[in-house]
Design a protein around this ligand. Structure first.
Ligand code: GH3
Ligand code: MG
Ligand code: MG
Ligand code: MG
Length: 323
């Protein structure tokens, strides 16, 4: 049915009817060097109840990035300080703003301009002069797309985490760590980027389970994971390989630095105490470590090398490393 304008005067009613979305949580930014145009846009934004900020100077807007995270940027093309094309390019450099919708307003429908807009990653355009309803329609539709894209990102992130993470410790799981190992192997073959593979295993872990129970065993695994994260670098890839065995990939570390990292790790674990009733539970680990070199062809070969070293460490009395 045709909606009679006289019946629906309140813009919010239109928004609700048309979109079923609440714009009050949306954040919209408009950048235009013309005060009159900004005033017009403000009148529309005010009625949507969204949060908004207006900028006459595009540079002042750029300074708020990427923290300000607008849902929509309404940008004028021609501005003295910095044109809408340049502003769009800057927004698109921030990966945290990849879903921010960019609506360009222009007074000419030039194909060369439209082509440029597509190339630089603008999402939409609106021809000046436009009406309140035109701008409103653009805002509502772009907010819808923004929300859908945010939702998809969230789902993807959750799926990725599920597929790559060990639920008990939050470390990477075996599958992901093997994938990463193969990436490092390719990088080594192509660019000779060095890396080391380290396998570590808790000594006599069965005793901890037998003495204190499986749940306390789990706590020890969680605490060991924390120590690994704290001791190794952010660029190191730490995974739970299975049971009480962990695999760490250490890229870009000269082999002479490996003993330093390893002794730091062994020390931090020796110092650790888990308080349980009257007891203080301690544990040790054994480590096998290998640098990747030309003599290895596959992931299995380098893992076997680290495993052989681990075996030596165990046989030599545990609580130590072989490399
Ligand atoms: P070693 O020094 O030779 O490594 O002795 P160990 O006792 O650590 O080795 P073993 O392989 O005999 O036992 C490993 C134990 O780890 C047995 C198993 O029940 C326990 N384990 C494996 N996964 C988990 C887990 O997720 N939680 C707990 N609590 N225990 C686990
Ligand atoms: Mg202008
Ligand atoms: Mg063990
Ligand atoms: Mg084991």
């Amino acid at each position: 049915d045709k909606i009679d304008e006289s019946i629906i005067e309140d813009i919010n009613e239109i928004i609700e009817l048309y979109s079923n979305i609440d714009l009050s949580n949306s954040f919209i930014v408009a950048i235009d060097d013309s005060k009159t145009q900004l005033y017009f846009i403000e009148n529309v934004l005010k009625q949507t109840k969204s949060k908004y900020i207006l900028f006459e100077n595009p540079r002042e807007f750029i300074e708020t990035l990427p923290h300000s995270k607008p849902d929509i940027c309404i940008l004028d093309v021609y501005m003295d300080e910095l044109d809408g094309i340049e502003v769009t390019k800057i927004i698109r450099k921030y990966k945290e703003l990849k879903n921010t919708r960019i609506i360009i307003q222009t007074s000419a429908r030039e194909n060369s301009l439209l082509r440029t807009l597509m190339i630089i990653g603008a999402d939409d355009y609106i021809i000046k002069p436009y009406s309140t309803e035109e701008l409103l329609l653009k805002i509502i539709n772009n907010i819808k797309v923004k929300k859908i894209n945010d939702e998809l990102d969230k789902i993807n992130k959750e799926l990725f985490e599920k597929a790559t993470t060990d639920p008990l410790t939050g470390l990477y799981n075996r599958r992901f760590i093997i994938e990463q190992l193969n990436i490092l192997i390719s990088n080594y073959k192509r660019y000779l980027v060095p890396f080391a593979v380290m396998i570590l295993d808790i000594d006599h872990f069965k005793r901890i389970n037998d003495t204190y129970g499986h749940d306390i065993g789990d706590e020890i695994l969680i605490n060991l994971s924390k120590i690994l994260k704290e001791t190794l670098r952010k660029t190191d890839i730490i995974g739970r390989f299975g049971g009480e065995e962990f695999l760490c990939l250490i890229p870009n570390t000269p082999s002479e630095n490996l003993p330093i990292i390893i002794s730091k790790l062994l020390n931090n674990i020796r110092k650790f105490k888990y308080k349980y009733e009257e007891d203080e539970i301690t544990f040790t680990i054994s480590i096998g470590c290998c640098n990747f070199t030309k003599k290895y062809k596959t992931d299995n070969e380098i893992i076997k090398c680290a495993d052989d070293m681990l075996y030596k460490a165990k046989n030599n009395g545990r609580n130590q490393a072989f490399l």
